[in-house]
Design a protein around this ligand. Structure first.
Ligand code: SF4
Ligand code: SF4
Length: 312
């Protein structure tokens, strides 16, 4: 495992917690969303990027159109029920095959969700994106990362001159009939209502029709900080905390990544853990069905205790 192994003897054994209790696991209920990580390269280098993307980090290399097609073929040939394809990065629009990937997935009838910072890499594809949106009505949604409704706070995380290009992209999407969602964050510790009010104001000023009070249209993500005292989740926790394992992302999704230096893509348990090999579920979708052992601090902080859900 990675650096988190130093958590005072926690997160060492996939079957058992440090205190000797049975570690919680999550069963794949159904594969609703299949994510592809298009590559870790990004035009930004945000302070808290959980995947450590940057203009230089290619730890996850660009996935190719052919590689994506082979998984779409597997879904068809094995009759696997998948309703949505998600694309995440890095910045997906930096992948040279992005438009072909989107077109092929939607041509096969999948709904598509693309996570983007809506900056210049996306705007270079204005025409192709508009064409795809017209060709596949109702299938395409884009989720734009807007870390906070205030420019200064957003830029503190994302860097100087990151606000105006994002606003331009967000407005272009809104003005051109795209199904546009926003991903915000809760790191300022303002309460949910205050945050939603702030975003509602911003959307109204921009004239964009996003309902800031709809948790599907504006998702507010909890933080994935490296806390000292992270609780390990045991099988008893579901009942004690009144949390349903079926609501964890790994019960309804998987993410395909291409690790640098590997010949083939790998299927990871979820979008949050692209590097940790104990969450590598293999190369094909059938083997990737096995249970996921919650042996990582993110399982506690972000999912079970933070209540985050990444998909639609
Ligand atoms: S835009 Fe997203 S992927 Fe890129 S560095 Fe920021 S958080 Fe990471
Ligand atoms: S981080 Fe969340 S989604 Fe990923 S394996 Fe852990 S519980 Fe599942």
């Amino acid at each position: 495992m990675d650096k988190y192994n130093s958590y005072s003897g926690k997160f060492l054994d996939p079957k058992m917690t440090r205190d000797g209790n049975a570690r919680a696991h999550v069963k794949l209920k159904s594969l609703e969303t299949l994510w592809f990580n298009t590559g870790t390269l990004c035009n930004l280098e945000c302070v808290n990027c959980y995947i450590e993307s940057s203009p230089k980090n290619d730890e996850l290399t660009y996935i190719t159109h052919e590689e994506v097609l082979s998984y779409l073929d597997e879904i068809r040939d094995q009759n696997i029920s998948v309703s949505e394809i998600g694309l995440t990065g890095g910045e997906p629009f930096m992948n040279p095959d992005i438009i072909k990937i989107m077109g092929s997935a939607m041509a096969r009838g999948f709904k598509m969700l693309v996570l983007t910072n809506a900056m210049r890499p996306m705007m270079r594809h204005e025409k192709a994106l508009s064409d795809l949106n017209k060709k596949f009505p109702g299938q395409l949604a884009l989720r734009v990362s807007t870390d906070h409704f205030a420019k200064e706070i957003h830029q503190k995380e994302r860097g100087e001159r990151s606000w105006e290009p994002m606003i331009k992209g967000l407005k272009w999407l809104g003005d051109n009939g795209f199904d546009v969602h926003v991903a915000g964050r809760t790191f300022t510790h303002e309460d949910d209502n205050k945050l939603r009010l702030g975003y509602a104001d911003l959307f109204a000023k921009l004239g964009i029709k996003i309902d800031a009070y709809n948790p599907h249209a504006l998702i507010l993500f909890p933080e994935m900080g490296e806390q000292e005292d992270v609780v390990e989740i045991t099988t008893d926790c579901w009942e004690i905390l009144n949390v349903n394992p079926d609501h964890m992302m790994c019960s309804s999704s998987r993410m395909i990544v291409k690790h640098r230096g590997e010949d083939k893509p790998a299927i990871m348990a979820c979008t949050l853990l692209p590097y940790d090999q104990q969450f590598n579920m293999g190369a094909d979708l059938t083997s990737a069905r096995r249970n996921v052992s919650l042996n990582h601090p993110f399982c506690s902080t972000f999912c079970v205790l933070g209540g985050a859900s990444c998909s639609n």
